[in-house]
Design a protein around this ligand. Sequence first.
Ligand code: GAR
Length: 210
Amino acid sequence: RARIAILISGRGSNMVSLIEAAQAPDYPAEIVLVASNRPDAPGLARAAQAGLATVTVDHRAFSDRAAFERALDAALREHGAELLVLAGFMRVLTPWFVEAWAGRMLNIHPSLLPLFRGTHTHAQALAAGVRVHGCTVHFVVPELDAGPIVAQAAVPVLPGDDEDALSARVLVQEHRIYPAALALVASGQARLDGGRVVFSEGSGAAEGAL
Ligand code: GAR
């Protein structure tokens, strides 16, 4: 089983969906660490409750981004992490960190990329007037919210939707596709090759299962 570290900054609902998925005996990944850059992230308590190791690397304690990332990287390696999963981790990572974990770091973004990068994606979707919105799991590359895509799910935008209603509808899909996408990557059924995601036969991708 691949050794996973989950990186969070807040609530950690995606983290919980990954923790629950990893409890299945045939899941190809085990969570060895939950790391937060914020000591007050509610997800930390939920991880500890699940019996997982947690660490806080508070970005405010470091003079610059590089020093913060070196400390974070050291903590992740200390716990033997092989794959990193960003789950509501709200720090931009430098090319140094991204290259160090190239092909081994996933992120979930609450839009159908390449639409609506950055923050406030549900407000962006409502402002654009799209009728379909969703979420994306992708490998992390230095450019923000631009990495090769492993999985996506779409939801309708309904008349009368506000940000809360739309984000709740998307979140249900996030909790479904993130564990599935991580399983593909952890088992080697989806891998980064020359800047593209290559899916192996039987991965479900060819059947549109994800
Ligand atoms: C999720 O909707 C995730 O897609 C988003 O933050 C939320 C975290 O919720 N991530 C980003 O916007 C990354 N730029 P959670 O802490 O309950 O998983």
